[in-house]
Write a protein that binds this ligand. Structure first.
Ligand code: TXE
Length: 481
């Protein structure tokens, strides 16, 4: 059994309270390591270390910061297989997915911001011959980064990389449900020569460690990804302290399928946008709206293919779905299937736990689930389920489907399938969402703004948006005469 340690001031250390939390492997439903049950004392140590490192790190030349970050990126790539297996064991996702998506993306996050910082420039505003203004962009200080369990290392590094690239020091908290790869990352940071105190990782519960980061007076900005309720709690505490906040929260994304789409491409991608990572991606399209003239064709083809998706041991090459992240999450997702039935829905396939054999018998597996016959405004179609569950709803007009699509409290991503270019632009501009994918899904250019509207959050990550967030602009005005 591995005892995970906190990474504070360049060292791997035990939590002050010396207590630990059980860490489950969801694919077998058993404890396989222990996580520090840290509290505000550990956050205090981490913040002191970060404050001590800040004066030097914030003036370390960009080239040097970049060099160290590139080294971290290289080390992640070198350890790809080990990290992919660790991510799968911690989270339940197929190893193949972690190998193809999660871990390469974590390396890419460091690589991207190691180079982005070299190209980051600030503005100047000339007032003809009266004066010249220029904007200084300086690191803010100690950044709090709090991340969730669905894409553990991917989302953790998506925050840390821009924060340290722009000269901040960080107190970070990975999800207590999936802490392992953040722990492995701390070992790589030591190996890469990241100066002590620049990145500090404190493991533990949200209500202890996350809350202590949020309320700490010396942490002036918080970047958070997680549930909408938690985001609201963080905003409630941080707003009166005038902290900078970036909140990337839940989604209930529409996948809008017009009859003129490229059917084969659409079906293939829709299987993915529905069930990748067991549906536990805030960008998954869980509400599928299909133009009525192709509704039956879509339903037949889609359900046939969903039934063929193998749910199994995450290490098996042909497993399309692994385990969901925890027992309580499995129960939550299955409770939504019961709710859907009560709301008049018909389960076309799935809707139940999958019991595997042997050592996987106690794992948390759910069959990919497709439900039809629900109103667009019932709870099943309004609340984030965050599991392998999608609903099918027919529509007749563009106006009607836009109303359905925009009807939730969320507004993160949308997917649109049509070969009609004019309609694609029109629908994209009328969707209330931070991201619209036309004829694709999860195609990501790291330079683009990433985030949502309404209950899906505040602020944008990605590209220079993140560097703006992690720096404070200061205008200097010089009179010329
Ligand atoms: O997330 P939490 P949970 C959604 C999804 C899921 C629901 C709840 O619907 O079912 O949220 O998931 C830390 N102060 N998403 O409960 O609690 C926590 O320790 C500060 C969407 O796992 O929001 C973890 O590190 N921090 C989502 C992080 O917040 C606190 C991804 C996220 O956990 C805290 C995950 C507090 N008071 C879940 N309480 C997405 N948008 O991708 C908890 N945390």
């Amino acid at each position: 059994m591995i005892n995970i340690k906190n990474y504070i001031n360049g060292e791997l250390i035990e939590p002050v309270g010396q207590t630990y939390i059980d860490n489950y492997n969801p694919s077998i439903g058993k404890v396989y390591s222990y996580i520090p049950d840290s509290d505000e004392r550990d956050v205090e140590l981490a913040t002191e270390a970060a404050l001590k490192a800040f004066p030097s790190w914030s003036v370390t030349p960009k080239d040097e910061r970049s060099r160290i970050m590139l080294k971290i990126s290289e080390l992640i790539e070198k350890n790809l297989e080990r990290f992919a297996i660790a991510e799968s064991m911690d989270n339940g996702k197929p190893v193949s997915l972690a190998r193809m998506v999660d871990i390469p993306r974590a390396a890419a996050n460091f690589h991207f911001y190691a180079t982005a910082i070299l190209h980051y420039a600030s503005e100047s505003h000339s007032m003809e011959d009266t004066a010249i203004n220029y904007t200084l962009r300086t690191p803010v200080g100690v950044a709090g980064c709090i991340s969730p369990w669905n894409l553990p290392l991917y989302l953790f590094t998506w925050k840390i990389a821009p924060a340290i690239a722009s000269g901040n020091c960080v107190v970070a908290k990975p999800s207590e449900v999936t802490p392992m790869t953040a722990y492995l990352l701390s070992e790589l940071c030591i190996e890469a020569g990241l100066p002590k105190g620049v990145l500090n990782i404190v493991h533990g519960y949200g209500h202890k460690v996350g809350a202590a980061i949020t309320v700490h007076p010396k942490i002036p900005l918080v970047s958070f990804t997680g549930g909408t309720k938690t985001g609201a709690e963080i905003a409630r505490v941080a707003a009166p302290m005038f902290k900078k906040l970036s909140l990337e929260l839940g989604g209930k994304n529409p996948n809008i399928i017009f009859a003129d789409c490229d059917f084969d491409k659409m079906i293939k991608t829709t299987l993915n946008s529905s069930f990748a990572n067991q549906g536990q991606i805030c960008l998954c399209g869980s509400r599928i709206f299909i133009e009525r003239s192709i509704y039956e064709k879509f339903k037949t083809e889609f359900v046939t293919r969903v039934k063929q998706m193998k749910v199994g041991n995450p290490a098996d090459k042909d497993s399309k779905l692994g385990a969901v992240v925890s027992k309580s999450h499995m129960e939550k997702v299955l409770s939504y299937v019961d709710l859907a039935k009560q709301e008049g829905g018909t389960v076309l396939c799935g809707g139940h736990q999958v019991k595997l054999e042997g050592e996987f018998a106690e794992g948390y597996y759910i069959a990919p689930t497709v439900i039809e016959g629900l109103n667009y405004n019932c709870r099943t179609n309004q609340e984030e389920i965050f599991g392998p569950v999608v609903t099918l709803t027919p529509f007749d007009t563009e106006e009607e489907v836009l109303m359905y699509a925009n009807s939730t409290q969320y507004g993160l991503a949308s997917i649109v399938w049509t070969e009609n270019l004019t309609r694609a632009h029109r629908v994209a501009s009328n969707l209330h969402a931070g991201i619209v994918w036309i004829n694709c899904w999860l195609l990501r250019d790291l330079r683009t703004p990433f985030g949502g509207v309404k209950g899906s959050g505040v602020g944008r990550e990605g590209g220079f948006e993140a560097l703006h967030f992690f720096t404070e602009p200061k205008n200097v005005c010089i009179k010329l005469k």
